[in-house]
Design a protein around this ligand. Structure first.
Ligand SMILES: Nc1nc2c(ncn2[C@@H]2O[C@H](COP(=O)(O)OP(=O)(O)OP(=O)(O)O)[C@@H](O)[C@H]2O)c(=O)[nH]1
Ligand SMILES: [Mg+2]
Length: 431
């Protein structure tokens, strides 16, 4: 199998600091700024800023096709996972604005859940055009899941933990890079690459246990040969053996390209190593980026100074604005992280827009107009007649639906039309 190149080293915080800092940094070798308790090494930020746009290597088409498909209207959920004291709750607080105490080792499964809006400047533009009474943004649910500690053994992970994890659409895997003498590391010292492997191994072992249990049952069923035709059972045995072989090579199931037939067979298993993952290096502000490329598909790599971001989020809005203004911060790394999380799930947004409501809806990439109707209401899907579509760019160019219509930019599309990111839809239906 060729090595997938699905990841990119994306400094989430690259947009955090103004380019003028980089100019300053050229003239001043490694200066340090102090603000409140934050110590920011401009030189390391310079490297981030000058890194320019993230290296968004295209996800390998092959692996994209084999993703678990999201259902219409499904909640998009990301589980925040990582070894104890890696900073999961810190990231969760920064992402959701929650105020869960950090630094108290949970030691057992503890879950906090919050829904956050996906930042989208297009929604702001639609608001300006329609001045709606109500605005609804796309949403991602983050679940801070404590209790994983790299100890999955022959029995896999505890059942309650597996249930929790298998309900997620993907994972945000927090890897400790920060040094902090008062926060001891479970394994004795900070070693991010070792920790990534520990967590990978836990998921691989857990999936392996499930697969071996299933194989045992299937072989028994095959031996008896009463419940289903033997060739059907054998077909399943072959599939599970191929999955087993992948895992025994220490490869997560993200490496396995499922056909749609195979996908149906394993749909109920919720394999953990099959789910897409963001690896987040949780670094201190003065640490260098780790140049890491994951060997696994459907794996995105980012870096974030989580504690700094959490502290900014904890300031009251006026102080936060002042802080951000003073340092020319236009966008927190955390909002980029929400966007990266949304992208990880292979979904995008289409809009419905009017004076009553501007609404961003989430649809899997490649979803058609009928599925889009279904995300709004099942009646719309059932009674679908057609969709009237304007691209976001056209709406902005012509300033209103009516004007776009007179310019012939409103398209009438049927149920098989593949909805594009940013399309503004009006569904015609009859029930
Ligand atoms: N210096 C520094 N400390 C951090 C950073 N992120 C987290 N910490 C500290 O690390 C400790 C653990 O953080 P938590 O967010 O509670 O970690 P956790 O992964 O949720 O821990 P458990 O739920 O117990 O597994 C806290 O004392 C944090 O203040 C960081 O970026 N820099
Ligand atoms: Mg925690």
């Amino acid at each position: 199998m060729t090595k997938p190149s699905s990841n990119f080293l994306f400094p989430v915080s690259y947009s955090l600091f103004p380019v003028s800092w980089s100019l300053l940094a050229v003239a001043t070798p490694s200066p340090t700024l102090r603000f409140h308790s934050h110590k920011i090494n401009i030189f390391s930020i310079l490297r981030i800023v000058r890194g320019g746009k993230p290296k968004t290597k295209k996800l390998n088409e092959k692996y994209n096709k084999t993703r678990i498909k999201c259902k219409s209207g499904e909640k998009m959920q990301l589980g925040i996972i990582g070894l104890p004291q890696s900073g999961k709750t810190t990231v969760y607080n920064a992402l959701t604005g929650a105020n869960i105490p950090v630094g108290i080792p949970s030691g057992h499964m503890e879950v906090h859940t919050s829904v956050v809006d996906v930042p989208d400047m297009r929604i702001d533009q639609l608001e300006q055009i329609y001045k709606p009474k109500k605005t609804v943004r796309a949403k991602v649910t983050f679940a801070d899941i404590g209790g994983l500690d790299g100890s999955a053994g022959k029995a896999g992970l505890p059942g309650q933990m597996v249930n929790q994890l298998s309900g997620m659409n993907g994972f945000l895997h927090i890897v400790r890079q920060f040094e902090n003498a008062s926060v001891p590391h479970l394994a004795g010292g900070v070693a991010p690459l070792r920790d990534i492997q520990t967590m990978d191994t836990d998921f691989i072992l857990n999936d392996l246990v499930m697969i071996e249990r299933r194989l045992e049952k299937l072989r028994e069923e095959h031996r008896r040969g009463v419940s289903r035709p033997r060739d059907v059972i054998q077909n399943e045995i072959d599939l599970f053996e191929r999955l087993e072989a992948t895992l025994l090579e220490e490869k997560p199931l993200r490496h396995y390209v499922f056909t749609s037939e195979e996908d149906k067979i394993v749909a109920s298993f919720g394999f953990l190593s099959r789910k897409p993952q963001i690896i987040l290096f949780n670094q201190s502000e003065d640490q260098d980026l780790i140049e890491y490329t994951s060997p696994h598909p459907l794996t995105t790599v980012v870096s974030l100074p989580a504690k700094l971001e959490m502290d900014i989020m904890a300031l009251d809005p006026e102080d936060a604005a002042l802080f951000m203004d003073e340092f020319g911060i236009t966008e927190l790394g955390i909002s980029s992280l929400i966007k990266v999380s949304y992208d990880l799930l292979n979904v995008h947004s289409f809009f419905t827009a009017g004076e009553k409501e501007v609404h961003a809806w989430t649809l899997r990439k490649g979803g058609n107009a009928r599925e889009a109707a279904g995300t709004i209401h099942s009646d719309m899907e059932k009674g679908f007649i057609r969709a009237e579509v304007i691209s976001f760019a056209d709406l902005i160019t012509y300033g209103s639906t009516a004007e776009a219509r007179t310019k012939g930019r409103l398209r009438v599309e049927g149920k098989n039309y593949i909805v594009e990111d940013g399309d503004i839809l009006e569904i015609r239906f009859n029930i």
